[in-house]
Ligand binder design. Structure first.
Ligand code: NAD
Ligand code: IPM
Ligand code: MN
Length: 349
């Protein structure tokens, strides 16, 4: 049989709850002759508090041997002073994205039957955000001087390299060309003129290679207007790390809930394993109560399958999720009940 080894980082909060369902689906959908061997890794806030280690070089070496990574969510109790400053987010999640050169953060949004969007008339919403994953203000370039004084100065300098922007924009054009051929660059070129200039020039240059893709541009503030008033106008949004983070939580809300939004942290070159995770976080407010919607984690499995070349299996997962949502449920379901219902649908077709 064809074996694939998948690293599973369930993480914190609702992470283990939603990942349990995602792993059920992964095994249930494996095509004839294909096996997904999963290896659990304990990384997260609890592991850090117990061991003093977040993610070491040996851990990265171990993770690098897998074909892909499935991650739940990380981030512990926000009131715990030992976890202050986002050390888990930076030391685990961002470290993985940077170390494995996940320069494409792919975040699709669509409407599902029977799922109520908070927008009264959202129209035909089906777009993907191609978010840069390894640069921007996320890189930790900055610091604090005169900390705690009235003269404190805090900086986070956004890094945008020609190489980094070029490869992301190129991926955006490839994505748009396979979709409806509309690419929207979102930035803030009227204020962030240095980075904005690089992004705009890069898009202009690569656009010449893709005559079939139409290109437009929106400032990020205006983009939030149109995402609410006319989200159907978007096909492929290309944007930087921070804007992409913000826009994709908005996008998830438009589709009817953060519990539905999946993402792929992709290393298109295949040098490192790509990593698939729901857009949402560890949701400490509902953790441990079987209240979390595992749909986003399950749809992240669909993205993982697609990445590994199993387009049919990926489509089966997406179809089972769509059917599950379409049928709906008269009463709220537990996390496990949603996963079981989707696994049952996979068994039927
Ligand atoms: P969050 O996404 O965890 O929660 C925001 C709101 O959405 C909460 O009300 C939560 O209950 C709800 N929610 C989230 N996922 C849900 C699901 N599957 N089903 C139903 N409701 C869901 O964002 P936050 O509260 O800003 O962050 C909490 C922690 O998670 C922080 O430590 C943050 O840094 C971390 N975080 C991690 C990731 C990640 O691991 N990829 C992503 C975002 C936030
Ligand atoms: C996400 C999260 C992360 C991000 C945080 C937890 C570092 O919000 O995956 O959207 O900002 O990218
Ligand atoms: Mn986010």
């Amino acid at each position: 049989p064809q074996n694939h080894s998948i690293a599973v980082i369930a993480g914190d909060g609702i992470g283990p709850e939603v990942i349990a369902e995602a792993v059920k689906v992964l095994h249930a959908v494996a095509p004839e002759g294909v096996r997904f061997n999963t290896t659990d890794y304990p990384f997260g806030a609890a592991h850090y508090l117990a061991s003093g280690s977040i993610l070491g070089d040996d851990d990265l070496t171990a993770l690098a041997t897998h074909d892909a990574i499935l991650l739940g969510a990380v981030g512990g109790d926000p009131r715990d002073p030992r976890l202050a400053g986002g050390i888990i987010e930076r030391g685990l999640l961002l470290k993985l994205r940077f170390a494995f050169d996940h320069y494409v953060n792919l975040r699709p949004t669509t409407l599902y039957p029977n799922v109520v969007s908070p927008l009264a008339a959202p129209g035909d919403v089906d777009f993907v955000v191609v978010r840069e994953g390894t640069e921007g203000p996320y890189v930790g370039n900055g610091g604090v001087i005169r900390a705690g004084t009235p003269h404190e100065i805090a900086t986070e300098v956004s890094i945008n390299t020609a190489h980094g922007v070029e490869r992301l924009v190129r991926f955006g054009f490839e994505t748009a060309a396979k979709r409806r051929g509309r690419l929207t660059l979102v930035h803030k070129t009227n204020v962030l003129t240095n980075a904005g200039g690089l992004w705009q020039r890069t898009v202009n240059a690569i656009a010449a290679e893709y005559p079939a893709v139409s290109v437009d541009y929106l400032h990020v503030d205006a983009a939030t207007i149109f995402l609410v008033t006319n989200p159907a106008r978007f096909d492929t949004i290309v944007t930087d790390n921070l804007f992409g983070d913000i826009l994709t939580d908005l996008a998830a809300a438009i589709s009817g809930g953060i519990g539905l939004a999946a993402s792929g942290n992709i290393n298109p070159d295949g040098t490192f394993p790509s990593m698939f995770e729901p857009v949402h976080g560890s949701a400490p407010d509902i953790a441990g109560q079987q209240k979390a919607d595992p749909t986003a984690a399950i749809l992240s499995v669909a993205l993982l399958l697609d990445h590994l070349g199993y387009a049919d299996a990926s489509a089966r997962v997406a179809a089972a999720v769509t059917a599950d949502l379409a049928e709906g449920s008269p009463t709220p379901r537990t996390t496990a009940a949603v996963g079981d219902a989707i696994v049952a649908r996979l068994a039927q077709n």
